[in-house]
Write a protein that binds this ligand. Structure first.
Ligand SMILES: NC(=O)C1=CN([C@@H]2O[C@H](COP(=O)(O)OP(=O)(O)OC[C@H]3O[C@@H](n4cnc5c(N)ncnc54)[C@H](OP(=O)(O)O)[C@@H]3O)[C@@H](O)[C@H]2O)C=CC1
Ligand SMILES: O=C(O)CCC(=O)C(=O)O
Length: 427
């Protein structure tokens, strides 16, 4: 694979931080629900945060020390659950926000977990496979006391994949003296991974996109879409939308964007990305300034990359009818208000991208029972849960005149607080 471009990171796209956005969403839900300040404080704080130093012997013999985090936001409804991110932007505050969103996501979709997230501040493209394996194994050893199939179960996120999960599972299993497949999800199939997990987040995004289109009276076949991010979530979301007859007219990654008004050939674009490392330079499309992808006149925008990309500086320019948040936290709180007043339907991350953790739950159940489900069982149950989540958020929003994000957060926060109350951890 040759990659000649350098990343064209959008300058200062993030006007509020992910943690500020997460706290603002929680504060609004707490106020709506009439909870007291003590409850608010309990829900704002992580239950456990671990920062670890990861000494790495590089292939050239030098030594580098990386920093990693694992944050468990809440464990009132079950073991902590959430992905592991390898990105240069990772900070403790970002991981705190992502862990809190996991708590709400699991509660909203009634998956019996709390919320967690992990991260290591590094650019995986700057390290060899052998170095990434050493980093992952050392990070796992450092967080080993707080993970486990009944404690905290990592999964892939930005910059990590099934191979990363295999290294975590092996390191954990070696420490226990026996194989423990339930300690991670998103594993390779041959190590007890679930059929359908790799594409689950994208499938869930597309179930929700289709439901949202129908609710707005837009026919899926022929609807136009743009996808920011062409990684594990964005790429398959583009493929499934295309399979359903939508026209995916633009796609991007951190190097740039491409556009074709007649619809991108997603298989050909995927082959181009596999060969070059980027969507940039795809010959069957025109180059597009990356920021313009967010402002195209389309039916559905799927941000599937990072946080804070739709903010107070560009929200008023968004012309999509619907935003389906494949990424976690792509819309800032200021942008939310602007989009709502402009009539843009925003389907929040904690609903829209929940397909991943739903099938992670199925994978964990299969691992714990040493039994494999058929792909059709996984996919049918995933669709049922996504559509049930969509229905409950919509009816709550309609009944209380709330945005979908406010409704989803309120439902989730109420379920987590109820669990605390029932357990007696909270008077
Ligand atoms: N994987 C999962 O199961 C789940 C993921 N999510 C969320 O979905 C999002 C994407 O995750 P995932 O697909 O797994 O991660 P990947 O690492 O597989 O892909 C991330 C994609 O985002 C692109 N990207 C990064 N920065 C930018 C930018 N500034 N502008 C445009 N594109 C950018 C990357 O580009 P490049 O390839 O050039 O680096 C890559 O295409 C994250 O928010 C994650 O938390 C949510 C639920 C589950
Ligand atoms: O599959 C999982 O456990 C979590 C996926 C994740 O990190 C997310 O939903 O943001």
């Amino acid at each position: 694979m040759t990659l000649l471009q350098t990343p064209s990171r959008p300058p200062a796209t993030q006007h509020t931080s992910a943690l500020e956005d997460a706290h603002a969403q929680l504060a609004a839900a707490v106020a709506d629900l009439g909870y007291d300040e003590g409850t608010h404080a309990m829900l704002s704080k992580s239950r456990r945060e671990l920062t670890v130093s990861i000494p790495l012997r590089r292939d050239d013999g030098s030594t580098q020390v990386l920093t990693g985090y694992r944050v468990q936001h809440n464990i009132s409804r079950g073991p902590a659950k959430g992905g592991l991110r390898y990105s240069p932007q990772v900070t403790l505050d970002e991981v705190r926000a992502l862990a809190m969103w996991m708590t709400w996501k699991c509660a909203l979709l009634d998956v019996p977990y709390g919320g967690a997230k992990g991260g290591i501040a590094l650019d995986p493209r700057q390290y060899s496979q052998a170095e990434l394996e050493r980093i992952t194994r050392r990070y796992t050893s450092e967080i080993l006391p707080i993970i486990g199939p009944q404690q905290d179960i990592p999964a892939p996120d930005i910059g990590t994949d099934e191979r990363t999960m295999a290294w975590i599972m092996d390191t954990y299993s070696v420490s226990k003296g026996h194989t423990v497949p339930g300690v991670v999800t998103g594993k390779p199939l041959s190590l007890g991974g679930s059929l359908g997990r790799a594409s689950a987040t994208s499938r869930g995004v597309v179930h929700i996109a289709n439901a949202a289109l129908r609710s707005e009276g837009i026919t899926v076949a022929g609807a136009t879409a743009a996808i920011q991010g062409f990684g594990k979530v964005g790429r398959d979301a583009a493929r499934f939308l295309t399979d359903d007859g939508a026209l995916v007219v633009a796609a991007s990654d951190q190097y740039g964007a491409v556009h074709n008004a007649a619809g991108l050939d997603i298989d050909a674009l995927g082959a181009h990305v596999d060969a070059t490392g980027s969507v940039v330079g795809f010959s069957s499309a025109d180059p597009l300034p990356a920021g313009e992808l967010l402002e195209l006149d389309i039916d559905v925008l799927v941000p599937a990359a990072i946080e804070g990309v739709i903010h107070e500086g560009n929200a008023a320019n968004v012309r999509a009818r619907i935003i389906v948040e494949g990424a976690n936290g792509p819309t800032s709180r200021d942008a939310d208000a602007i989009l709502a007043s402009n009539g843009v339907l925003v389907v929040p991350d904690i609903l829209a991208n929940a397909g991943g953790v739903i099938v992670s739950y199925f994978e964990w159940v299969q691992a714990n029972q040493s039994y494999r489900w058929e792909a059709r069982d996984v996919e049918t149950r995933l669709e049922e849960r996504m559509l049930a989540g969509w229905a409950s958020v919509n009816s709550h929003a309609a009944a209380h005149d709330l945005t979908l994000r406010a409704a989803a957060t309120r439902l989730a926060v109420a379920r987590v607080t109820e669990a605390h109350r029932l357990r007696g951890l909270y008077p």
